[in-house]
Design a protein around this ligand. Structure first.
Ligand code: NAD
Length: 418
């Protein structure tokens, strides 16, 4: 058991404190940065398929809009809590700032078990939740997107619910939509493509040849799957381990993630894929690989196991996979952590592209999307890398220092903190 506090919002505030100290921020300013601007809790009824009625609890937290409208995903999970949504909305703020895109940060979630709900129950729950939070979201105010166990279908239902109330289609109200209703080419793989570019930039600086390097990916959902595929198909890396909520698989010789996906779609899990050995999610993290990509949930690398991480690079596809105590241990060991707010910023970057395309009613080719994403990710990585070298801090503190400085600058111009 890890000895540190694993409450994600406590961790998020500690990360602000650490960077704030290095930036010598005034205590009053730090206090503002550690508080969400607005929080909405909604309890709403949903008719279940068996005729009973269930009350669900959902949240939307709008953390900071100093640099632009609020932006952030919606999560469906049984462990959703107000503090988790606060932390995720806080991380969104720094993510948009470090990528230098004109958004603030927000996040939403519903406490539910989507795996046990039918599609029509999910649709009714989504529409009711969208209706309840519609008083604070919209294309100029706060733009949701998918997160854990929500997808393009969820976004389409939200867009339709908001559009029904307006009387016309409002595609700019959510991102991560299907292409036919205003989605962007490349959005489905954008987080992973950005993660791949960030890994490439890190490897260059570590003098690690990505071609032939070994990669272990925790989580085989939207982020983990596309990352494994792109690392193999575009950079020639060898995928030796992947996992999902049922466990992981390992093969020294490597395997093709596209074939593993076909197997998972048939059987419900990656576990049992022919030619691989079953491993636990914990074992996967400690494998002797070049690149580790924690791409499932929070707090998987803690003070308890950080010392046993053997990867040279940890590319954080997930939000909040590493605790501050674990960061210190990894930094001392020389593991290069590409922090979540930078590493998985490709998702919100292409969400930003989607929103821009919706507002302009003018759509880009996949090549244009990828090229622009590559430019933004490479520049963001360079900014954080330079801060890391100049100030002799770990990559997470460097990313926070870049992001917080940008938000503080916006505060000063706007007079929010004169
Ligand atoms: P997803 O729902 O598509 O996939 C989640 C994956 O994690 C699934 O394979 C699931 O089986 C696995 N999983 C669940 N519980 C697990 C456990 N206890 N151990 C190991 N694996 C487990 O979600 P996603 O969109 O891929 O999101 C994954 C992470 O990436 C989250 O932290 C999310 O906040 C973050 N993220 C997602 C995006 C995006 O664009 N989707 C963008 C930025 C960050």
């Amino acid at each position: 058991m890890a000895k540190e506090n694993l409450n994600p919002f406590v961790i998020a505030k500690e990360q602000i404190d650490r960077a704030g100290k290095k930036l010598k921020l005034e205590p009053g300013l730090l206090e503002i940065l550690k508080h969400p601007k607005r929080e909405l809790t909604v309890n709403f009824p949903v008719k279940m398929d068996d005729g009973t009625t269930k009350v669900f609890t959902g949240y939307r937290v709008q953390y900071n809009d100093a640099r632009g409208p609020f932006k952030g995903g919606i999560r469906y999970h049984w462990n959703v809590s107000l503090d988790e949504v606060r932390a995720l909305s806080c991380w969104m703020t720094w993510k948009c700032a470090v990528m230098d895109i004109p958004y603030g940060g927000a996040k939403g979630g519903i406490i539910c078990n989507p795996k046990e709900m039918s599609k029509s129950e999910l649709e009714r729950m989504t529409r009711r939740y969208a209706s309840e939070i519609s008083i604070i979201i919209g294309p100029q105010k706060d733009i949701p997107a998918p997160d854990v166990y929500t997808d393009s279908q969820t976004m389409a239902w939200i867009m339709d619910t908001l559009s029904m109330n307006q009387g016309f289609a409002v595609p700019g109200s959510v991102t991560g939509k299907p292409i036919s209703i205003g989605g962007s080419l490349g959005r489905d793989e954008a987080t992973s493509r950005g993660l791949m570019y960030a890994t490439r930039e890190a490897a260059k600086r570590m003098k690690l040849n990505v071609k032939g390097s070994t990669v272990a990916v925790q989580g085989f959902g939207n982020v983990g799957y596309h990352y494994a595929r792109l690392m193999q198909d575009e950079l020639g890396a060898k995928i030796v381990a992947v996992s999902d909520s049922k466990g992981g698989i390992y093969s020294e010789r490597g395997f093709d993630p596209k074939q593993v996906l076909v197997y998972k779609e048939k059987t419900g899990s990656v576990v049992g894929y022919p030619g691989t050995k079953k491993i636990s999610n914990e074992d996967l993290l400690e494998l002797d690989v070049d690149i580790l990509a924690p791409s499932a949930l929070e707090n998987v690398i803690t003070s308890e196991n950080a010392d046993r991480i053997r990867a040279k690079i940890s590319a954080e596809g997930a939000n909040g996979p590493t605790t501050p105590e674990a960061d210190d241990i990894l930094f001392k060991k020389g593991v290069l952590v590409i922090p979540d707010i930078l590493a998985n910023g490709g998702g919100v970057t292409v969400s930003y592209f989607e929103w821009v395309q919706d507002l302009a009613n003018f759509f880009w080719t996949k090549q244009e999307v990828d090229q622009r994403l590559e430019g933004i990710m490479t520049r963001a990585f360079e900014g954080v890398w330079n801060m890391h070298n100049e100030k002799k801090v770990d990559m997470r503190q460097a990313a926070y220092m870049v992001a917080i400085s940008r938000v503080v600058e916006a505060y000063k111009w706007r007079g929010i903190y004169p």
